[in-house]
Write a new protein. Structure first.
Length: 164
């Protein structure tokens, strides 16, 4: 048995040497990939749940601007893929500090708090907060919705709204 294994190993070595494969040293290729991507993403609703779309052409400077972008329909290519925005807010203001984000709304909040529209807000704002404050991880951010009428909703984390 050992003789057969030895013969197989010798045949493999001969095959590798014979085909011109030469040993090389270690080749540096930079740091290994790790963690979630850091770029800004907007989350849109679809029949299969929330989907993140990279925001490549804009720099994010504050959370209010992110909600304004999210309230618009997604780009045409994403619409063809079945993505839509369910975020329809009246007047609002968004503040964030560290891992906490608060959305203050004038009037009642039109959704249940456990729907895709709320998930869009929570996931998009969590991502934006982590982009604006690089010490914060997206999965650590908690978003609270505070309507002027009715009870506060949350705090929520993005993971609560993602399938899987």
């Amino acid at each position: 048995m050992k003789a057969r294994q030895g013969c197989a190993a010798a045949a493999l070595v001969i095959a590798l040497v014979g085909c011109g494969v030469q040993p090389t040293g270690v080749i540096g290729a930079g740091e290994p990939a790790s963690g979630l991507t850091r770029g800004m993403r907007l989350y849109y609703a679809s029949a299969g749940g929330l989907r993140a779309v990279p925001l490549l052409d804009r720099e994010i400077k504050d959370l209010n601007a992110v909600v304004k972008l999210l309230a618009q329909e997604p780009p045409p290519a994403e619409q063809r893929d079945g993505l839509t925005s369910l975020v329809h807010l009246g007047a609002y203001s968004v503040t964030g500090e560290g891992t906490r984000v608060t959305v203050r709304l004038e009037g009642p909040y039109p959704e249940s708090g456990r729907d895709q529209g709320t998930g869009q807000l929570v996931c998009t704002l969590a991502r934006a907060q982590s982009v604006l404050d690089p010490k914060v991880r997206t999965d650590e951010v908690e978003v609270t919705l505070r309507p002027s009428e009715g009870a506060a909703l949350g705090p929520y984390r993005c993971a609560e709204f993602l399938n899987g």
